[in-house]
Design a binder for this molecule. Sequence first.
Ligand code: SF4
Length: 80
Amino acid sequence: MDSETRTIAGLTIRIDRLVCVGFEDCIDPESTLFVLDSDGIATFHADADSAGTERILEACRACPVDAFEVSDASGKRVVP
Ligand code: SF4
């Protein structure tokens, strides 16, 4: 799959899996938002739906290659 999209805490998050290079800046060991899959590419954690807004924005903004697009409930882009 080239991309994955999910809406969590009112934010729609799209992971562009062709852009991700597995740097792991978006992954906090204490967080259950993203994980790397067996190919070393970011995907949603099984418990990602429990993530809060602050953690989502922090994680997505940390990606050095802008693999995330995040929009709020009004459709306004908040990341990048
Ligand atoms: S920070 Fe970006 S490049 Fe690194 S694993 Fe996360 S999505 Fe991929």
